[in-house]
Design a protein around this ligand. Structure first.
Ligand SMILES: [Fe+2]
Length: 208
């Protein structure tokens, strides 16, 4: 009978185990809104790292688009990020590790007004997004191993997300001209327990 077949079908559906839910990286789904106390919870860190899909390394298009997605999620929730107890360094910038494994590390950087990086390039892929304030990014072209000429400068505002590969061009400097602090999230393709930072070389600016 059709009815029996239907009932049998329903039973099969009922007994079929639901597929495990993917672990997307959604802070805003936190019902209590407190999953980010003390930086990220264990669960959140795991979700970030799984979302980054580093199985094939951190130089693939797949990885870069995953990193971009994670950053777009993060920069879309400035209130939550600003509530994190991030370290701040007067006159400088502070790096706060949010998540990391042997392939990748995720940092929140707080830029005090007037702070600046050196002119540098990276030994790994580098993706970042601006959460609040603004960060001015200046690009350079190396003329030898130690010196570089400025080529471009852009103010990066909240919501901005970018990715770069170590194959370059990736010589830049980040500065906060204010007003006030700025916060950005950075995802680097390095193990924070192996490398102190993402910086490969540093340069002195010269006029072209
Ligand atoms: Fe950089």
């Amino acid at each position: 009978m059709v009815g029996t077949e239907f009932q049998l079908g329903m039973k099969i559906l009922q007994f079929r185990k639901p597929l495990p839910a993917p672990a997307p990286y959604h802070f805003r789904n936190d019902p209590e809104g407190n999953g980010m106390q003390g930086f990220l919870s264990e669960e959140r860190r795991g979700a970030v790292l799984r979302s980054l899909r580093t199985d094939a390394g951190t130089l693939t298009r797949d990885y870069l688009s995953a990193a971009r997605e994670v950053l777009q999620e993060l920069v879309a929730m400035p209130d939550l990020i600003q509530r994190l107890p991030l370290e701040r360094k007067a006159g400088g910038y502070s790096r706060n590790l949010l998540a990391g494994n042997d392939a990748v590390s995720v940092w929140a950087i707080v830029w005090s007004e007037g702070s600046s990086t050196s002119i540098h390039d990276h030994h790994c892929s580098c993706c970042f997004g601006v959460v609040s304030g603004s960060v001015t990014e200046t690009w350079y072209r190396a003329i030898d191993a130690n010196r570089a000429v400025q080529t471009e400068e852009q103010e990066r505002k909240p919501g901005y997300v970018a990715c770069m590969l170590p194959s370059g061009p990736n010589i830049h400097r980040m500065r906060n001209f204010g007003p006030g602090d700025a916060i950005s999230i950075h995802i680097y393709g390095f193990d924070h327990e192996v490398h102190a930072s993402s910086i490969e070389s540093e340069y002195t600016a010269v006029s072209g």
